[in-house]
Design a protein around this ligand. Structure first.
Ligand SMILES: [Zn+2]
Length: 337
C-alpha cells in the first residue's frame, strides 16, 4: 500500500509513541508469486488469482469484493493437484458469490470523478485510525479511504476529492505483476537480472553471467528465488546496520525483514529494526538511506530537525535523492514476486 503521506518512512514511526504494532513472527516471508488459473464448470469459466504463501497453513479461497475476483492462497509446498481439487469443489460457490457482487454494489464503495475518469474507493471507518488516510494497493489497484472516529463522511469525502489527482497518479504508476519465474526480469539492488530456471542443474540459486539461475522443479522456483533474495538483502544490510550503529554508539537488538507494503523500515525503542524485503530491488544508495534513517531513530525517536540532520550525516550518498527515489519508484517495487 502506498499512503497519502509526504515521507513513506514517516508513518512507520507514527505508532511508536505509545505502542509498537504487534509484530508477526520474526521469520521473513517469501514474497508471494501470484498467477492466474482458469477453471470451467457447466459452460462457465472461473478465473482465480493464485498465490502461494509461506504464511498459509492451509488452502484458502475467498472472493475479493472490490476487485470482483476469486483469490486462492495455498501453502508453499501444497501439491498442485490438491489445490486444483480443492478449487474445483468450490467453483459453484465462487461463481454464485461473484454473481451476487455483480448485482449488488458494495455499500461502502464511493465514486469520485477525476479528469473524466471514475475512481472507485472503499470507504473504511476505523476505530484505530488517528487521521484520515488514502491507501492505494499497488498489487491490486484497490483504493481505500481510512476514516478515523469522529470524522464525518462529508469531511472524509472532501479529503478524498482533494487527493483525486494523487490517487490517479498512483493507479497509473501501477504496473503488471512480475512473478519469480523463468524468463522474468527483476532488479537486484537496482540492476536488472533475468531469472533462468535450470531444472537439470545441481544446486539451488546462483548468479551466472548476470542472470539468476534456479535449479530444481518448476514448483520450487518462486520460493527459492524469494528465499535467496531475502538472504541477499540480509547479507547486504547487516554490515550497513553495524557500521552506522557504531557511528552513533548504539546497539541494534535484532533486525527483522518483512514483506511490508506500507513501510520501508521501522525502529522500535527496544532497538529492534525492521526492513522491507522489497528493498532488495532498490539501488544500494536508496538502501543506504533507509538504513541511515532507521539508525538515526535509535538516537531520535521522532522526525525533528536533529533527527534529519543525523540521518543525513549517516547517509553515504544524497539523502534527498534517496527519499525522492522511494517516493517516485517505491510503489513499483511491489510488483515483483
Ligand atoms: Zn522515520
Amino acid at each position: 500500500m502506498s499512503s497519502r503521506r509526504v515521507d513513506p518512512l514517516v508513518q512507520s514511526h507514527a505508532d511508536l509513541f505509545g505502542h509498537v504494532p504487534p509484530q508477526p513472527a520474526l521469520v521473513p516471508a517469501a514474497p508471494k508469486a501470484a498467477r492466474r488459473l482458469t477453471f470451467s464448470e457447466g459452460g462457465r469459466q472461473l478465473d482465480v488469482v493464485f498465490e502461494r504463501s509461506a504464511r498459509a497453513r492451509r488452502i484458502v479461497i475467498r472472493v475479493d469484493p472490490m476487485a470482483k475476483t476469486v483469490v486462492v492462497v495455498a501453502p508453499v509446498l501444497e501439491p498442485m493437484a490438491t489445490i486444483e481439487r480443492y478449487v474445483r469443489s468450490k467453483i459453484a460457490w465462487a461463481l454464485a458469490a461473484l454473481d451476487g457482487l455483480a448485482t449488488s454494489r458494495a455499500e461502502d464503495a464511493i465514486d469520485i470523478e477525476h479528469a473524466g475518469e471514475t475512481l472507485t474507493i472503499a470507504y473504511e471507518p476505523s476505530a484505530r485510525a488517528r487521521r484520515v488516510a488514502l491507501r492505494v494497493d499497488p498489487r491490486t489497484g484497490h483504493v481505500k479511504l481510512i476514516v478515523p472516529p469522529r470524522m464525518s463522511k462529508e469531511q472524509a469525502l472532501a479529503f478524498a476529492r482533494q487527493n483525486a489527482a494523487w490517487i490517479a497518479v498512483r493507479l497509473k504508476r501501477r504496473q503488471e505483476p512480475v512473478p519469480f519465474s523463468d524468463g522474468a526480469m527483476i532488479p537486484l539492488f537496482g540492476v536488472p537480472h533475468r531469472i533462468r530456471h535450470r531444472p537439470d542443474a545441481r544446486g539451488t540459486v546462483w548468479i551466472e553471467g548476470g542472470e539468476i539461475h534456479v535449479a530444481g522443479g518448476v514448483e520450487h522456483v518462486s520460493r527459492r528465488v524469494g528465499d535467496w533474495l531475502t538472504k541477499q538483502l540480509r547479507d547486504h544490510l547487516m554490515p550497513l546496520v553495524r557500521e552506522k550503529a557504531a557511528r552513533v554508539d548504539r546497539s541494534v537488538a535484532h533486525v527483522t525483514l518483512r514483506d511490508t507494503a506500507t513501510q520501508w523500515g521501522s525502529c522500535a525503542k527496544s532497538g529492534v529494526l525492521s526492513f522491507s524485503l522489497r528493498l532488495v530491488f532498490a539501488p544500494p544508495e536508496v538502501v543506504d538511506y533507509v538504513v541511515a534513517h532507521e539508525i538515526a531513530h535509535l538516537v531520535h525517536h521522532n522526525h525533528g530537525a536533529r533527527f534529519w540532520a543525523l540521518a543525513e550525516k549517516l547517509t553515504s550518498g544524497d539523502m534527498m535523492a534517496g527519499k525522492a527515489w522511494l517516493r517516485r519508484h517505491g510503489p513499483s517495487l511491489m510488483r515483483y514476486g
